[in-house]
Design a protein around this ligand. Structure first.
Ligand code: P1T
Length: 379
C-alpha cells in the first residue's frame, strides 16, 4: 500500500461489533474476563487498548515497520528507549538536539550512570573516535532542532551495525511522509507525535516503531511497567489527524519553500537554516534521504541583540509565538529562551543556537498571508 492509503486505512477495520467505520474511542480502563486469563486479548488499558492499538499499527505501517508503541509524550518514548540501557553504558548522539532530549540525557539518565557524547555528526566517521566497549546506542535527530542539520542516516547506520550499536532516529522534524529511517537501517524510530503526525496542536503524544520482535517485547515491557501510555481519546484524535498527514505535509513543504526563499533575500535576515537550499550544508544528503524539505525553518537576525530578537518575535500577527511545531497553524519560537532553555548557553551557542535565532514552523495557511506577516514583523 502507498503512503496516502496507509495514512487513511492502516490498522483500522470496521468495528466488529457495530460496523462503525471510524475506530471507536474505547474509553475503558479494564476488560471482562470469562474466567481468569480468558479474555479477548485485552486486560488493562495501561498495557493495551483497542483505540491505541489501531493507532500503533497505523504508525508502524507509515514507517514501514512491524511494531508500533504509542506513549503519552515524545519524552515518554525517549524515556522508554533509555531504560533499555544499564549503568556504565554509553550513548553517542548529536550536538544539536531538542532541549528536552538534552535535558533528559544530562539531568536524568546521566544520574543513572549512563554517559552521553554530544558530537557534530556532519561527518559520521567521528563516531569511530568515541566508540568503546561500553557504547551501546547511537541516537540521532535529523533534521535537527533547531538548526536543521541533516545527518546521513545510512552512513550512521553502517557504522552502528559494524560496531553492534542500536541506532535510534528521532524522525519528528521530517515526519514519516518525508523520511523513513527504518528503510535506511535504523533499529528504532522515535516521534514526537505531538508535531506533524498529530498535526493540530491538540494532543501531546510520542511513538516508537521497530522491526525486531525481541526489541518490541523489551520496549513493551518498559511501556507497560512504567505506564507512560496515552489514553483512548488522544489515540483517536491522532488517528483522525493522521488521515490528512500526506495532504498537510505537501502544503507544509510548499509554503516552507516559499517562506525560506522570501527570508533568504531579506535584509534583516543574516542566515536561513533550511536544508532545501542547494548551498545549504548536507543538501545532497537531504535530497538522498528525504522526499522534500519540510516546513521547519530557522533564521538568525542581522544586528539583533536579545531585546531586538524578542521585539521581532512578538511582532507577528498570523504566526503565533509558542513552543511546539508541526501543526496546521504557523508558529514562531525563540529556542534560546523557550524550547532549548535547558541547554547551557555556551553549549547551545556552540551548536548555533544563538540569542538572535528564531525558529518558524510554517503552517498551511494561505502563503500570501504568511509572507505579508513576515514582511511586517521584520520591518
Ligand atoms: O513534546 P514531546 O511530545 O514530549 O516531544 C519531545 C520532542 C522530541 N524530539 C523532538 C525533535 C522534539 O522537537 C520534541 C518536542 N519539541 C518541542 C516541543 C519544540 O517546540 O521543539
Amino acid at each position: 500500500m502507498k503512503f496516502a492509503t496507509k495514512a487513511i486505512h492502516a490498522g483500522q477495520e470496521p468495528d466488529p461489533t457495530t460496523g462503525a467505520v471510524m475506530t471507536p474511542i474505547y474509553q475503558t480502563s479494564t476488560y471482562w474476563q470469562a474466567s481468569p486469563g480468558d479474555n479477548k486479548g485485552y486486560e488493562y488499558s495501561r498495557g493495551t487498548n483497542p483505540t491505541r492499538k489501531a493507532l500503533e499499527d497505523c504508525l508502524a505501517a507509515l514507517e514501514n515497520a512491524k511494531y508500533g508503541l504509542a506513549f503519552s509524550s515524545g519524552m515518554g518514548a525517549t524515556d522508554a528507549v533509555m531504560k533499555l540501557l544499564l549503568p556504565g553504558d554509553e550513548v553517542i548522539t548529536g550536538n544539536d538536539l531538542y532541549g528536552g532530549s538534552y535535558r533528559i540525557f544530562t539531568k536524568i539518565f546521566a544520574n543513572y550512570g549512563i554517559k552521553f557524547h554530544f558530537l557534530d555528526l556532519s561527518d559520521p566517521a567521528i563516531i569511530y573516535d568515541y566508540v568503546n566497549e561500553n557504547t551501546k546506542m547511537v541516537w540521532i535527530e535529523t533534521p535537527t532542532n533547531p538548526t536543521m542539520q541533516v545527518v546521513d542516516i545510512e552512513a550512521v547506520s553502517k557504522i552502528s551495525k559494524e560496531k553492534n550499536l542500536m541506532l535510534v532516529v528521532d524522525n519528528t522534524f521530517a515526519s514519516p511522509y518525508l523520511q523513513n529511517p527504518m528503510d535506511m537501517g535504523a533499529d528504532v524510530v522515535m516521534h514526537s507525535v505531538t508535531k506533524y503526525i498529530g498535526g493540530h496542536s491538540d494532543v501531546v503524544m510520542g511513538a516508537l516503531v521497530m522491526n525486531d520482535e525481541e526489541l518490541y517485547q523489551r520496549l513493551w515491557f518498559i511501556y507497560n511497567s512504567c505506564g507512560a501510555t496515552p489514553g483512548p481519546m488522544d489515540s483517536f484524535l491522532v488517528l483522525r489527524g493522521i488521515k490528512t498527514l500526506h495532504l498537510r505535509m505537501k502544503a507544509h513543504c510548499e509554503n516552507g519553500r516559499k517562506v525560506a526563499e522570501f527570508l533568504k533575500g531579506h535584509p534583516k535576515v543574516k542566515h536561513v537554516f533550511w536544508p532545501g537550499f542547494p548551498d545549504s550544508p548536507n543538501h545532497e544528503i537531504a535530497k538522498k534521504q528525504m522526499r522534500d524539505f519540510g516546513g521547519m525553518i530557522s533564521i538568525t537576525l542581522n544586528d539583533a541583540d536579545l531585546q531586538e530578537t524578542f521585539r521581532v518575535a512578538s511582532n507577528f500577527k498570523v504566526f503565533t509565538l509558542a513552543e511546539s511545531l508541526g501543526g496546521v497553524e504557523s508558529l514562531i519560537n525563540h529556542p534560546a529562551t523557550m524550547t532549548h532553555a535547558s541547554i547551557p548557553k555556551e553549549t547551545r551557542e556552540k551548536a548555533g543556537v544563538t540569542d538572535n535565532l528564531l525558529r518558524l514552523s510554517v503552517g498551511v495557511e494561505d502563503i500570501d498571508d504568511l509572507l505579508e506577516d513576515l514582511k511586517q514583523a521584520l520591518s
